[in-house]
Design a protein. Structure first.
Length: 273
């Protein structure tokens, strides 16, 4: 499975390009059946040797593939292939787009416009069953945080639960179509933010706050809360890309003090400890 393609070793290529190529190679192994469902992937050290990519690049590629539910990362044990039908494996070309800055930022901009309205509709239309689903999704974020796992996938599912509460299937499908990019964006922030645990903790608190606002049944407040939530995400994503582009790790500003985040979130953040 060794690959000596010069694209993996060229010093002129950006880290994101190398990561994209690593993702493409690993996805190729999955599609070709080289790695069978249930089998363990080579260790990170072995992948570094086989693909000629840094440990950081390997780690980023594995996180992206795990975010697509193609592999399972078991801390201290290794990475294992999930049983996913071949037709559900996204094309490597599409996965490569997940690593690009502009598509992610454009999706965030689209989400702010779309999900503000979705939150308002959910506040008007949500049934008790819808609130159960939202609460379950919020619980999943908190459980992932407590297990020190990525919260990117569970956070995206929370937004799908809100969309379902509109009882508009088109809106639900639109939000679900964003998931792959938003999971990638969340994984990127987790990988580059100065304090990943503080970021994940903020995700727990901010999504609980969204749930509370929508539950109150005030469409205007729900819409405004969603806009602030997504604007905060946008700021962190931009900072993460800047960190990658400059190969630096600038300090992250206090998460709960970001403009637009209410004092109620700060109180909840404290209460969780």
């Amino acid at each position: 499975m060794r690959d000596n393609h010069s694209g993996y070793t060229s010093k002129t290529q950006s880290r994101s390009t190398l990561t994209a190529q690593t993702v493409e190679k690993l996805i190729g192994w999955l599609k070709a059946g080289t790695l069978k469902p249930g089998s363990k992937l080579p260790s990170q050290n072995e992948l570094v040797k086989q693909l000629g990519v840094s440990r950081t690049g390997i780690r980023e590629a594995l996180q992206i593939i795990a975010a697509q539910n193609l592999i399972e990362i078991r801390p201290g044990i290794g990475c294992f292939v999930r049983g996913v039908p071949s037709e559900d494996i996204i094309n490597a070309e599409v996965l490569g787009i997940l690593l690009e800055k502009e598509p992610i930022l454009e999706v965030v901009e689209t989400r702010k416009i779309l999900e503000a309205g979705i939150a308002a509709l959910a506040a008007e239309r949500a049934t008790e069953s819808d609130f159960w689903l939202m609460e379950d999704a919020a619980d999943a974020i908190e459980k992932a945080f407590k297990r020190k796992e990525s919260v990117a996938h569970t956070a995206a599912e929370f937004h799908v639960a809100i969309a379902r509460a509109t009882h508009n299937t088109v809106l639900t499908k639109l939000v679900k179509s964003f998931n792959h990019l938003m999971v990638k964006a969340g994984s990127l922030v987790e990988a580059t933010v100065e304090d990943p645990e503080a970021f994940k903790h903020h995700e727990v608190v901010s999504h609980r706050y969204l749930y509370d606002v929508i539950r109150r049944g005030d469409p205007n407040s729900a819409s405004q809360a969603m806009v602030r939530h997504i604007e905060h995400s946008h700021a962190l994503i931009v900072k993460s890309f800047e960190s990658k582009e400059t190969a630096s790790n600038p300090p992250t500003e206090g998460l709960t003090e970001h403009a637009g985040i209410s004092s109620e979130i700060t109180k909840r953040h404290t209460a969780l400890h």
